[in-house]
Design a protein around this ligand. Structure first.
Ligand code: PMP
Length: 401
């Protein structure tokens, strides 16, 4: 069982902002002390580069950095050679799209969906434009879900790439990825999973999922911004081209030739995100110390509580009542979401308003933008009550005009 008061002691922001009502974890979660401390330790006690120096400090920094890689690998049941530290989900997904660019030709098909965050959609849209490959959208259900049935309708012998989200950042729907991956592999297509929204909420096992690539970000899972993870199957990683060229990723350089190290280092040109990787590893330790089961139990309970209250508020449209992740997309009829979000902020309630970097979702819903309230382990029923009162007050305020 989660004791929110105890949990909040692990998030220093509640000391500086005791009245914070934070419902924007899907954008970026609050940061856990354990991770902040590890980042601080790196800068205060080490601060040097990794993989290069032959002095003690460099050995220690390298050991921490590589330990972070092992920890991430263990966390998602991968091998450490399969973990690349990137700047975030966005750069991880761009890396993969760039690597497969030269393999695509006119007539090839890339399957994606209208539920994608722009960082999962746009690298492939551009790849399609550059190569003449075709971008194909999985037909969504009326509710807006990706289903195996929908996927089967677009899977063909021309399918080369399947690039989809594991959990939508607006709708919170979970994609049935295992079956989709199995079907895609029957056609020898490569599956790339955007796990930015699933990694902070559920245990990921890359062996079970069997996807070829998977990406997530540290800042959504209590860790630092500026760091993310690209998982790739070892064999594939050593087949694809590096994304960037520079220091520490080469084996041998002559005046007109170069050979590269194996993965992961061939994808980590230059000085990597050392503090970020260390901080992410600490955040993972924290998540595991709380446990996904307890976390899910709690966030689900808060999600259902909030949803039930919000459904009672007259004038509110909710777009994802059956969401699998603890996220609610909604609008107040006749009022621009940004106006509501600004008013909520005056009662210290933080929510997101806009298209959430997923404009095709707004188009699917037939709206310009939405409000989004997203929940994590530090939210409680009191947060929900304040939120509901603030939503009602904001609605009534704007109704006067
Ligand atoms: N995909 C999804 C589903 C997301 O929610 C986000 C972040 N909003 C991203 C990708 C991009 O992550 P980042 O900004 O950390 O690169």
């Amino acid at each position: 069982m989660i004791d929110v008061n105890k949990i909040r002691k692990d998030f220093p922001i509640y000391q500086t902002h005791p009245n914070l009502i934070f419902f924007d974890s899907a954008a970026s979660s609050l940061k856990v002390k354990r991770s902040i401390d590890e980042v601080t330790h790196y800068y205060q006690a080490l601060g040097v580069n990794v993989h290069r120096g032959v002095y003690d400090l460099a050995y220690e920094a390298t050991a921490l950095y590589e330990h972070a890689r092992q920890n991430v690998a263990r966390f998602i049941n991968a091998k450490e050679e399969e973990i690349i530290f990137t700047r975030g989900t966005t750069s991880a997904l761009n890396l993969v799209a760039q690597a497969f660019l030269h393999t695509l030709k006119p007539g090839d098909e890339i399957i994606t969906s209208e539920l994608e965050h722009h960082s999962s959609l746009l690298p492939w849209m551009i790849a399609a434009q550059k190569t003449g490959a075709k971008l194909v959208y999985i037909p969504l259900t009326d509710e807006g879900r990706i289903t195996v049935e929908g996927f089967k309708k677009v899977l063909t012998n021309q399918t080369k790439i399947v690039a989809i989200t594991h959990v939508s950042n607006v709708m919170g729907y979970l994609t049935p990825i295992e079956e989709i991956t199995r079907l895609a592999h029957e056609k020898n297509a490569i599956v790339i999973l955007d796990a930015a929204q699933s990694a902070p909420h559920m245990k990921l096992d890359v062996k079970k999922l069997d996807v070829d690539f998977l990406a997530f970000s540290g800042h959504k899972m209590f860790g630092p911004s500026g760091v993310g993870v690209l998982y790739g199957k070892e064999k594939l990683l050593n087949q694809i081209e590096p994304y960037e060229y520079g220091g520490e990723m080469v084996d041998q350089v002559t005046k007109d030739s170069v050979t590269f190290k194996d993965a992961p280092l061939r994808f980590e040109a230059g000085t990597p995100v050392i503090s970020g990787a260390i901080g992410l590893s600490a955040a993972i330790d924290y998540i595991e110390s709380v446990g996904f089961d307890d976390m899910h139990h709690h966030t689900h309970e808060i999600h259902q509580y909030l949803l039930k209250q919000l459904m009672k508020v007259e004038g509110v449209t909710i777009y994802n009542k059956t969401s699998d992740n603890p996220v609610i997309a909604f609008n107040i009829d006749g009022v621009h979401p940004h106006d509501i979000a600004t008013m909520l902020d005056s009662t210290k309630v933080s929510v997101r308003a806009g298209h959430h970097c997923a404009q095709l979702v707004s188009q699917f819903l037939g709206v310009q933008s939405t409000l989004r309230a997203s929940i994590h382990v530090y939210n409680d029923r009191h947060d929900c009550d304040v939120f509901i009162q603030s939503v009602i007050a904001a609605r009534d305020f704007f109704r006067q005009f």
